[in-house]
Design a binder for this molecule. Structure first.
Ligand code: NAD
Ligand code: IPM
Ligand code: MN
Length: 356
């Protein structure tokens, strides 16, 4: 029986997780599968209960699972505590502990949501189907030295963007393999006109590309990529980039799909459990109000079924149920247009369940 570790976290985390777990249960009934679930603490709720955002128990619970499903972490309650134990440190910590260097963030504009897309209708009509492959355990998020200091000249803060060629190669391989299963194009996004680390990134990406003559490699500076993503997103297939640039570009891509509440993700390592989570945060502004869109988390369940639990049929059933729910016109506030009836998080979950 596959084991799944559940980390609901903070803010809207528990609300969206509840709907995701109802979907998983329904998949079990429909396909005759059982899942063994173990709940553990991460983020702010873990700080409140144990004093730290990533208790050792949580790491162990994740390690003995086949997959980890996460809601979101963070919130105003913990914004002013010691940065070393912020809720976000828990998320960064579990990614690092599990070696989850490859973050797949598929941004797709569902045809049903074309009106929710912020782009001009003629651009939206061309569609958007981009796989952002974000490096997740390196770069400026983890580079040393880092810190805050007060010197004679005043206060200063610093971080280091560093990539070792092996880290670049392995994320490159993930991107090129992904492209082979899609449109056979990889765009590597960097800032090689300014950053030394990006020049090494480019060199290594070109080396990886020589093993994939069937895949086309292009290169783009991150500022231009941010602009191109709204000017003509249909030009992209797979985008491979570092930790920080990938964080920013994937929220941008999410907005083009109509809402950040639509984008799932998979974080994978060389072996061990994968971690699945929506790309959005804990949305403190709507937490506890049954307003959150649960679809990104439900679509993360689909990615988990496909990538970690080897249940492709079940994954497809979940994805189709989401599409059918959108076909029926159900919309949470974030994807609603003027005149649409708005449903809550739970009602959206109900609708997806009914379609499985
Ligand atoms: P956020 O993604 O939480 O929210 C940004 C905006 O998007 C808000 O207006 C919010 O209401 C909306 N939104 C997000 N998810 C939604 C959903 N499912 N349905 C409808 N609307 C949704 O980003 P933020 O406000 O910058 O950060 C809030 C907290 O979350 C911070 O503490 C931040 O560090 C944390 N965070 C956590 C994660 C994560 O756990 N993976 C990701 C991003 C931010
Ligand atoms: C995300 C989030 C995280 C990140 C934060 C909360 C650490 O923004 O998953 O996109 O920056 O990776
Ligand atoms: Mn982010």
């Amino acid at each position: 029986m596959p084991k799944v570790c559940i980390l609901a976290g903070d803010g809207i985390g528990p609300e969206i997780m509840e709907q995701a777990l109802r979907v998983l249960e329904r998949v079990g009934q429909r396909f005759g599968r059982e899942f063994s679930l173990e709940h553990a603490l991460i983020g702010g709720v873990a700080i409140d209960a144990t004093g730290g955002p990533l208790p050792q128990e949580t790491v162990e619970a994740c390690r003995r699972s086949d997959a980890v499903l996460l809601g979101a972490v963070g919130g105003p309650k913990w914004d002013d505590i010691d940065p070393a134990i912020r809720p976000e440190k828990g998320l960064l910590g579990i990614r690092k502990e599990l070696g989850l260097f490859a973050n797949l963030r598929p941004a797709r504009l569902f045809p049903q949501l074309r009106d929710a897309c912020y782009l001009r209708p003629d651009i939206a009509a061309r569609g958007l189907d981009v796989m952002v492959v974000r490096e997740l355990t390196g770069g400026i998020y983890f580079g040393e030295p880092r810190g805050e200091e007060t010197r004679e000249t005043g206060r200063m803060g610093y971080n280091t963007m560093v990539y070792h060629e092996e880290e670049i190669r392995r994320i490159g391989v993930v991107a090129f393999e992904a492209a082979r299963k899609r449109g056979s194009r990889v765009c590597s996004v960097d800032k090689a006109n300014v950053l030394d680390v990006s020049r090494v990134w480019r060199e290594v990406m070109r080396e990886v590309a020589t093993d994939y003559p069937d895949v086309e490699l292009s290169e783009m500076y991150v500022d231009n990529a941010a602009m191109q993503l709204v000017r003509d997103p249909s030009q992209f297939d797979v985008v491979v980039t570092g930790n920080l640039f990938g964080d920013v570009l994937s929220d941008e891509a999410a907005a083009i799909t109509g809402s950040i509440g639509m984008l799932p993700s998979a974080s994978l390592g060389a072996n061990g459990p994968g971690l699945y989570e929506p790309i959005h945060g804990s949305a403190p502004d709507i937490a506890g109000q049954d307003k959150a869109n649960p679809l990104a988390t439900i679509l993360s369940v689909a990615m988990m079924l496909r990538h970690s639990l080897e249940m492709p049929e079940e994954a497809t059933a979940v994805e189709q149920a989401v599409e059918q729910t959108l076909d029926q016109g159900l919309r949470t506030g974030d994807i609603a247009q003027q005149g649409d009836g708005v449903v809550g998080c739970r009602a959206m979950g109900d609708a997806v369940l009914a379609c499985i």
